[in-house]
Structure formats: structure tokens, C-alpha cells
Design a protein around this ligand. Sequence first.
Ligand code: 13P
Length: 259
Amino acid sequence: MKKKYLIANWKMYKTVQEATHFMEALLPQLKAIDGPELVLGIAPSFVHLPTIGALIGDKKSISPLSNSIQLVAQNCHHEAAGAFTGEVSAGILASIGVGGVLIGHSERRSYQKEDNLLLAKKIKRVLENGMQPFLCCGESLEARKSGSHQAVVQQQLQESLAGLTSKEIEKLAIAYEPVWAIGTGQVAGLDVITEMHTFIRKFLSDQCVSEKVPILYGGSCNPQNVKAIFNCPNVAGGLIGSASLQVDQFMKIVMALLE
Ligand code: 13P
């Protein structure tokens, strides 16, 4: 059975107190489920990473899922170190126990003008530091309407993965998040999800990359729609935004993935 992934992307939400309460409510509930094949990632603000890491690190409270909870950062800088005030390097993240890093979320592509070439550098830094990059890709509404969605995603993957061997690419996870579905309540149709996940899988196989590389879907997932999404071919799980902010909603999504 292939591993399943669920990553909570908290974006710029939650104070440290709220983040702590969430984890204190979540961890005991995970105890009750039997899911060694589940990788559950929490991507809080940078500031909360050590706090969440310490809560996750208390194995007694979260057994038997403790090995499957991953501390995930929402971003990192593309240089190893240097005079970059306000930035956080991959090495700094690895030094506090971060296991994965979101790369190229559409909000960063759009607001921070991150392009594929910059993302390629970030991926290398994350890999150098032994962490898993979660590379986000996805087309805008304009691209979908004009029919260029596959070309856009192909270019994102090609340019961000340039220079990596297939063995290196196998350390990544890919998240397909169409821009028009993020935070809009307009989840992609199952036909679109199937089309794009199959397309991304084919792209990866053409690079001789193993089927083990997980492809996650993100964009307006909620407890009502995830079961059908998780049943689509080549969907290994989800990258969840707003529905990951409330423990009860998030647990419903966890259970839907494991059903
Ligand atoms: P929403 O689930 O709020 O649409 O956000 C998705 C997302 O951006 C996850 O990275």
C-alpha cells in the first residue's frame, strides 16, 4: 500500500497559543487511528515551528503515529546562508527538526514573484539538508480558460526540476493546486483532478521517476469533498488550507483519507 499524505498549510493564521491548542486537541485523536501509511504534515508559521516540533516530539502522546507526523515549513530561502535579513535558510530549518518544505506555493509565486528558476534553487537547498520538498504547481484561471493549463504545469515542473537526477526527484512530493481553486470554495472537478494528476504522473514517468512520488491535490478541500478527490487516480493525499485550521474539520479529512 502506498503512503498517503495530508499536509495542513496554516499560512499566516494562528497565534502560538492557538497552534498549541490545535496540536493538543489533534494528537490524542491520532492515537486512536491505525495509520502507519499516513504522513501527516503540519506547516505552521516559521515562528511556531519549534513549539509544534516539541509537541510532535513527545512520542508518548502521539503513539503509534509519531513517526508519521512531519514538521513542514511554508518556505525557505534559496541561498545556503548570508546577509539576507528576515530570511530563513533550509539549513536553519533542518537544524530544528523540520522534515519538509513547501516550495512554490501559488501565493508566493504571485505575491513574492517567485519564478521556476528560483524554486529550482530552493529545491536543491532543501534536498542538500535532507528534507522533503513539496513542490506546488498549478495553472491560473486564464490558463485553464485558454487551454494552456497542461503547458503551464509542464513548464513549472520542467524548470523547477531542471538539473535534478531522477533519484533526486524521487525525494520530492508534488502538489497540484490550481490557482483558481485556492481559497475560493471552487474545488476542481474530479475530471480536472484526474486529468492533471495523470498528466503530472506521465511527466514524472517520462523522467524515469518512480510511481512512489506522491502527487497531492490542494484547493478548497473540505470534509465533504475530499473522499471523492482522494479516490481519483494518482491522488496520494491533500494539501489543505482553510479546512486545516479547525481540528474537527481536519480530523474528518484525515479519516476520509484513511477510509
Ligand atoms: P484552501 O484549502 O484554503 O483552498 O487552500 C489550499 C492551499 O493553498 C493549500 O496550500
